[in-house]
Write a protein that binds this ligand. Structure first.
Ligand SMILES: C[C@](O)(CO)[C@H](O)COP(=O)(O)OP(=O)(O)OC[C@H]1O[C@@H](n2ccc(N)nc2=O)[C@H](O)[C@@H]1O
Ligand SMILES: Nc1ncnc2c1ncn2[C@@H]1O[C@H](COP(=O)(O)OP(=O)(O)OP(=O)(O)O)[C@@H](O)[C@H]1O
Length: 289
């Protein structure tokens, strides 16, 4: 069988401001998404039998609940709604997971986006990128960013209004205390601050600021306060890294990132990894420029 391998990258959020809450309960955000060089592998083979099959590491959910399977079905359904015959649109998707799940790194959303893009091509559907992003948004707020294939983007709305950014490549130390953070529980927590004023800087100014210093004092991750309260282990990681280098949580956690701005900070973080608790995982990554 001919299966082609596709890489499905993780993301981080350089910052994440919660600017409001919509009537449907979803929150409006201002965030900068950034792809990093830590990827899952998806082996995808098109079948002409109309059946979606999923194998590999299914992340503890039923195969039909997996975001890769749901993405394939969403694409079939969209094609059907457009009057396209879908009886023959099948695929075998084999998932090799490397990105930790529930880690604020968007692995599931990235897998969904990869499936949408690849099956759109191998099924010869020719839907344009905005259409795929709209389908992706029904699967998760992070999916449109991954569909866009921007390496970095300023996002508004719930994450679907995207403007590409060109950010320089840097090394980041990601540390995960091996706890799973439930994104929904963080967003629905009564203590979540929900009124961050929208940024007034132009896109160019934002890009310049982030290229100078990616963790600006004037930016924050508004989800930190809640995640730290419900997962003290994530706060413990933050407290361990913060004295060594600029530090921030990604997404709703559990991953905490440290981004050294000079050689001394880099060395301090490297030394820290030698004494990192054994039940925490760390990994040096680079953001994709
Ligand atoms: C935290 C981020 O990862 C930042 O990149 C995203 O905003 C979350 O994106 P995601 O994991 O794709 O989240 P979804 O699967 O869409 O949503 C999970 C749950 O989080 C809440 N949610 C999510 C995104 C958002 N902008 N507002 C919300 O209130 C909703 O309760 C939703 O039921
Ligand atoms: N293909 C998939 N990969 C990872 N998780 C998946 C997948 N399909 C479904 N899931 C479920 O989705 C949940 C969240 O997955 P994911 O790893 O994308 O979260 P996350 O990194 O915290 O995302 P975000 O930063 O977008 O909140 C997992 O607990 C898992 O059960």
């Amino acid at each position: 069988m001919n299966r082609t391998t596709y890489l499905s990258p993780a993301k981080i959020n350089w910052f994440l401001h919660v600017t409001g809450r919509r009537a449907d309960g979803y929150h409006t955000l201002e965030t900068v998404f950034q792809c990093i060089d830590w990827c899952d592998e998806l082996h995808i083979h098109a079948d002409a039998n109309g059946v979606i099959r999923l194998s590999g590491n299914l992340c503890g959910v039923a195969d039909t609940d997996n975001l890769a399977h749901r993405a394939a079905r969403a694409l079939q359904q969209h094609a059907h709604a457009q009057g396209i015959a879908t009886d023959h649109l099948g695929a075998h998707i084999h998932l090799v997971k490397h990105i930790p799940t529930g880690a604020g790194l968007g692995g599931g959303s990235s897998n969904a986006a990869t499936v949408l893009r690849v099956l759109n091509e191998v099924w010869n559907l020719h839907f344009d990128n905005p259409t795929l992003q709209t389908i992706g948004l029904t699967l998760g707020a992070d999916v449109p960013f991954f569909v866009s294939q921007y390496s970095a983007a300023f996002a508004r709305g719930v994450g679907e209004t995207l403007q590409a950014l060109n950010l320089v490549s840097r090394e980041l130390l990601l540390v995960n205390p091996n706890v799973h953070v439930n994104t929904r529980a963080v967003f629905t927590h009564p203590s979540l601050p929900r009124q961050h004023a929208p940024l007034s800087d132009s896109l160019d100014a934002l890009q310049t600021q982030l290229n100078h210093l990616p963790f600006q004092n004037s930016h924050s991750n508004d989800l930190e306060v809640v995640t730290f309260a419900v997962s003290p282990e994530v706060k413990a990681v933050y407290d361990a890294l913060k004295p060594l280098a600029p530090t921030r949580m990604s997404g709703s956690g559990a991953t905490v990132m440290a981004c050294p701005s000079n050689e001394a900070e880099h060395q301090a973080l490297n030394e820290w990894t030698q004494r990192c608790p054994t039940h925490w995982q760390f990994r040096w990554v680079k953001n994709i420029a």
